[in-house]
Design a protein around this ligand. Structure first.
Ligand SMILES: Nc1ncnc2c1ncn2[C@@H]1O[C@H](COP(=O)(O)OP(=O)(O)OP(=O)(O)O)[C@@H](O)[C@H]1O
Ligand SMILES: [Mg+2]
Length: 403
């Protein structure tokens, strides 16, 4: 498999992931709106049915109050009146006194006064819901009085109105918790992969490196080898391999943080980098106060700064300036700012630079900053972010450490 095909694969995954997010969001919105709309239709239909029922109830009431009924008719109207066992109603006379009520839940322990108060409250509620139905009391075709039937929606209907909202809230909460658990277990799995791979790499590199070291020692004593500079170069490369192994072994285990002089560490890294890159790139380190100490794991922290410096060099096409500022901030924090005079990061890309697989380079893996973030956040409990970036002017990354 070629390198490019692999890095494109990683990138694709990233684009798809954000697409999937939008699709899931859109589907959830459609489902929510759909279910609210559908229950509203049901509510409307039920409401109409209750309206009809209450009209029938009022008619029956009017009929029974105005006619002397024979037994059969009496039976029918009675059936109608008792049919209404769900819609709360209050019958009020002309003077506004409550004369009858139905389907209003009243505690049997309430006193007469309390019942009265509660009914008045209910009545107010009903007055705000629907216009009352007027009943005319007649005697021999002469209207001698009126009564009003006040009513509101049944308990069932009221519940049905709120139901979709309650249901959607519960589902949303459940979905959110499930998402958190899923994310957590995914992060835990990624952790295991990182740690396992790093440990295994360190472990496998160990044997050939110690063998190489033994060989170097052997050649040092051999008179046949005349060019000793060759051995010195070999020695340097093996030392570098050792540093790399140490980094992998540190990332594969719980790394130990020690008080380190940050300026010294950074000077060390730059001394290592300087002969390896173009002489037209100048480095400078400014510690705003001397002896700034922070808690770091030296091999891992060096790795981070090395990655930042390498990115800075890549961003400037051969010529430019890299400046590292070290300063003590409030609350026991130490800032390390790595500023370059490179091409900068477009505003739209700043958020993505720490994503695994994000790269704009032909030969990049897009892992340098992912690793840096992991080292600073997980192992140092610190922060790393793009402090500022301006196109064609340069970029500054900031690392926040604990003193
Ligand atoms: N100092 C910088 N100036 C401009 N762009 C930067 C800078 N640092 C990072 N970037 C952008 O962020 C991207 C990701 O950087 P990262 O170090 O994670 O990966 P990479 O350098 O592309 O590959 P590698 O895995 O080899 O480091 C880079 O490809 C580059 O586009
Ligand atoms: Mg990089």
């Amino acid at each position: 498999m070629t390198k490019t095909s692999k890095s494109v694969g990683v990138l694709d995954l990233y684009h798809n992931k954000s697409k999937i997010k939008w699709v899931v969001l859109a589907v959830s919105v459609i489902i929510s709106v759909g279910s609210i709309y559908y229950t509203n239709v049901l509510v409307k239909q039920l409401e109409q049915r209750e309206q009809k029922q209450i009209e029938l109830f009022a008619n029956a009431l009017e009929y029974t109050s105005n006619q002397t009924l024979d037994n059969n008719l009496y039976f029918i109207t009675d059936q109608i009146l008792f049919q209404n066992n769900s819609i709360p109603t209050i019958l009020v006379d002309e003077a506004g006194n409550i004369s009858q009520y139905r389907n209003i839940d009243l505690d049997s322990s309430l006193s007469k006064q309390e019942i009265q108060n509660k009914l008045v409250l209910e009545l107010d509620d009903m007055k705000n819901t629907y216009e009352p139905i007027k009943i005319e009391l007649e005697d021999d075709g002469q209207v001698y009085g009126v009564q009003y039937v006040y009513y509101k929606n049944s308990f069932l209907l009221r519940q049905l109105t709120y139901y979709p909202y309650v249901q959607l809230t519960v589902i949303a909460l459940f979905g959110f918790v499930a998402y958190l658990i899923f994310n957590y277990s995914k992060a835990a799995e990624q952790n295991r992969v990182w740690v396992g791979l790093a440990k295994e790499t360190a472990h496998q590199l160990g044997t050939p490196i110690s063998s190489l070291m033994a060989w170097i020692e052997y050649f040092k004593d051999q008179v046949q080898v005349q060019d000793k500079t060759l051995i010195a170069e070999l020695d340097k490369d093996v030392k570098k391999l050792q540093v790399i192994t140490e980094r992998f072994s540190n990332i594969g285990s719980e790394p130990v943080l020690k008080e380190e002089n940050i300026e010294e560490l950074i000077n060390g890294i730059i001394d290592y980098l300087r002969p390896r890159i173009s002489t037209k790139v100048t480095f400078s380190v400014h510690a705003l106060t001397p002896n700034i100490i922070a808690m770091v794991n030296a091999p891992l922290f060096e790795w981070v700064v090395e990655n930042l410096c390498k990115n800075a060099v890549d961003a400037m096409g051969g010529t430019g300036k890299i400046t590292v500022y070290i300063l003590k901030a409030s609350e026991g924090r130490v800032f390390v700012d790595v500023a370059d005079s490179g091409k900068g990061i477009p505003k739209t890309k700043i958020k993505q630079v720490f994503n695994p697989g994000f790269t704009t380079k032909k030969r990049g893996w897009g892992l340098g900053l992912t690793l840096a973030k992991r080292i600073i956040q997980s192992y140092h409990k610190g922060k790393i972010f793009v402090k500022s970036s301006e196109e064609n002017k340069g970029t500054t990354f900031r690392i926040v450490l604990h003193a």
